[in-house]
Design a protein around this ligand. Structure first.
Ligand SMILES: C[S@@+](CC[C@H](N)C(=O)[O-])C[C@H]1O[C@@H](n2cnc3c(N)ncnc32)[C@H](O)[C@@H]1O
Length: 197
């Protein structure tokens, strides 16, 4: 089932809000990502394509919406990004299907307002190896924004950080992503090992 209020507006309008490369650079740096990346919800591929251009491994991106899947696939092909795997999948109902500890980075962008954010973060935790990174962005609620879910379900950075800690992430940091979108906040964290407190 599609997460609540997770439909997309028209592509050009959505992409007018972001400089995707800058958002990603702020979160994970400008060095190429060595290893595999999973993205929860590709949408139009806004961040998929920018991440794939800086990843040596595979970027697996999952979305329940066949139109989003088709568009992201089409864009990856036209940009000759051969390391993008786009799957139509309900990751809320069925998880990612990726092996435990297989990923170097998980992207959860504009999604943590869904009904059960903890279950989604638990799946991100499962597929990341110990020490691997989780990156989150979401719409700010401290300023007016042109899009974003209703304020009553829109999580704050503090709420996201609390969920991330609960799901087993540590080293949680706020990241200023305003160079890539003035309307968003960002967080990064690392997957803790089972023996770390
Ligand atoms: C608000 S959009 C964000 C897309 C992308 N992360 C971005 O920031 O550009 C959320 C995406 O998650 C997808 N989605 C919602 N519920 C889902 C589910 N249960 N399984 C897979 N994808 C889902 C929607 O189809 C939509 O493309």
């Amino acid at each position: 089932m599609k997460g609540r209020e997770s439909g997309m507006p028209e592509e050009a309008y959505w992409e007018s809000f972001f400089d995707a490369a800058r958002v990603l650079e702020a979160l994970v740096g400008s060095q190429p990502m060595v290893g595999d990346v999973v993205e929860f919800g590709c949408g139009y591929g806004t961040f998929t394509l920018a991440q794939a251009a800086h990843t040596t491994g595979t970027v697996t991106t999952l979305d329940i919406d066949p139109l989003m899947v088709a568009r992201t696939r089409e864009r990856a092909v036209s940009q000759r990004l051969e390391n993008v795997v786009v799957s139509e999948r309900d990751f809320i109902a069925h998880g990612t299907g990726l092996p435990d500890g297989s990923q170097e980075l998980a992207l959860v962008f504009n999604l943590l307002h869904i009904e059960d954010p903890l279950a989604l973060l638990a799946e991100a935790h499962r597929v990341l190896h110990v020490g691997a990174r989780l990156a989150v962005i979401h719409w700010r609620s401290d300023i007016p924004t042109p899009r974003g879910p209703s304020l009553d379900i829109r999580p704050t950075p503090e709420q996201c950080a609390a969920w991330m800690a609960q799901a087993g992430f540590g080293d949680i940091r706020n990241v200023d992503v305003t160079s890539g979108s003035p309307f968003h906040f960002g967080l990064v964290a690392r997957r803790r090992g089972t023996d770390e407190s």
